[in-house]
Ligand binder design. Structure first.
Ligand code: NAP
Ligand code: ZN
Ligand code: ZN
Length: 378
């Protein structure tokens, strides 16, 4: 087995080409599942139609007819190799909502017809302390990403949700409350859990002043969750036109970051600041707004380090922390919370052939507030 991760960057295109040729030459075994999807064949390449196969259904696997797949900014970072060398051909997509079409003989969590979701990982070691504590995203051996990674067999490239069918071990999928529409649910599988988890961990609720930086796919879910939990919510945005939407989602205050003095009246103001911005910024402007013992949680992943001034942390015993998605149990808790409170993402549903424009519009912060691809159009 060849690990693409071990191949020097200049050879990745050749390896990709071999892989594609292999796909073409391998006669499709009856027990494999033929899948239609979209792939980027190399760094930053426009998406093309891509046919591939998924494994036969194992006894603990479920087969999913994907209904919608969200476009997360992490998909874009990886296709464009903004986080380093990536695995191609890449079928991104880790915000997956669909319907169970078939179950393996030992499956207990799901039945055919159930609404089901898959997020950012499809497996983990299952034995380390984080895995046993339900924090699979912090697995000591590394979670197995839904794409841009080899599966735990060390050889099968994982293929994500920009496709019409998924096969997954039932332990790494979650149940979607039947009262929620699948298009609005898809983004909950990454954007939703990624904000729900820190909002719960740092106990945002009544009496707490919470700020959300960036009103994008992640940020708008942060506003909805923090408001639903009773916190006083402020949005920091470089898009002044989003003020009305932010307030409709539950924000109490909206601050445009366009003016250099935007933080001056808010020094030592917040208990919790959630940074979902996908681009570089001066983190000190935000740290200064934390009250005593407040925490700024880094969630956005621009791929470059922040320059943190010590003087931004010391004067109020401030903390700078980070948070990454959430574990399976917490994903289920988040979806149940959404079912009870009727919370879904605000989405623009697109057809597969709009994907390249959707990427450009996402990078331009021009989406309300998440693109989801209708999987019947792959
Ligand atoms: P998104 O929909 O593109 O939203 C990002 C928001 O950041 C934009 O809507 C915009 O909000 C703001 N922004 C973008 N460019 C900016 C700039 N040049 N200056 C200032 N603000 C800017 O992206 P997303 O899908 O929410 O993801 C956000 C980040 O989180 C990405 O880096 C992604 O990789 C990362 N992420 C992390 C995790 C995790 O587990 N930690 C999970 C998923 C994603 P305004 O228009 O309101 O300013
Ligand atoms: Zn994501
Ligand atoms: Zn583990």
């Amino acid at each position: 087995a060849v690990s693409l991760l071990e191949i020097p960057e200049r050879d990745i295109y050749r390896a990709t080409h071999c892989l594609l040729t292999n796909y073409k030459n391998t006669s499709i075994r009856a027990d494999m599942t033929k899948v239609r999807g979209l792939a980027a064949l190399s760094k930053g390449a426009p998406f093309t139609r891509f046919d591939f196969e998924r494994r036969e259904l194992g006894s603990n696997d479920v087969k999913i007819d994907i209904a919608y797949a969200g476009i997360c900014h992490s998909d874009i970072h990886q296709v464009r190799e903004e986080w380093g060398p990536a695995l191609f051909p890449m079928v991104p997509g880790h915000e997956i909502a669909g319907v169970v079409s078939e179950i393996g003989s030992a499956v207990t969590k799901f039945s055919v017809g159930d609404h089901i979701g898959v997020g950012v990982f499809i497996d983990s070691c299952r034995n380390c302390k984080p895995c046993k504590d339900g924090l699979q995203q912090y697995c000591d051996q590394g979670m197995t990403g839904t794409y841009n990674q080899l599966e735990r067999d060390g050889k099968t490239p994982a293929m994500g949700g920009y496709s019409n069918i998924m096969v997954i071990n039932e332990d790494y999928a979650v149940s979607i409350p039947e009262n929620l529409p699948l298009d609005g649910v898809a983004p909950l599988l990454c954007a939703g859990i990624t904000l729900y988890s820190p909002i719960k961990h740092w106990k945002a609720g009544p009496g707490k002043k919470v700020a959300v930086m960036g009103l994008g796919g992640l940020g708008h879910m942060g506003v909805k969750f923090a408001a639903a939990m009773g916190a006083e919510v402020t949005v920091f945005s470089h898009s002044p036109s989003k003020e009305g939407d932010a307030k409709a989602m539950g924000a109490h205050h909206f601050v445009s970051t366009k003016s250099p003095d935007f933080n001056k009246s808010l020094i030592k103001h917040f208990d919790l600041i959630l940074n979902t911005v996908s681009a570089e910024l001066n983190i000190n402007d935000y740290l200064q707004m934390l009250n005593v013992d407040g925490t700024l949680v880094v969630i956005g992943l621009p791929g470059k380090p922040y320059a943190v001034e010590v003087g931004s942390l010391l004067p109020a015993r401030r903390s700078l922390s980070g948070s990454m998605i959430g574990g399976i149990a917490e994903m289920q808790e988040m979806l149940n919370f959404c079912g009870e409170h009727n919370i879904v993402s605000d989405v623009e549903v697109i057809k597969a052939d709009y994907i390249n424009q959707a990427y450009d519009r996402t990078v331009a912060s021009d989406v309300k507030y998440r693109f989801v691809i209708d999987a019947t159009t792959f």
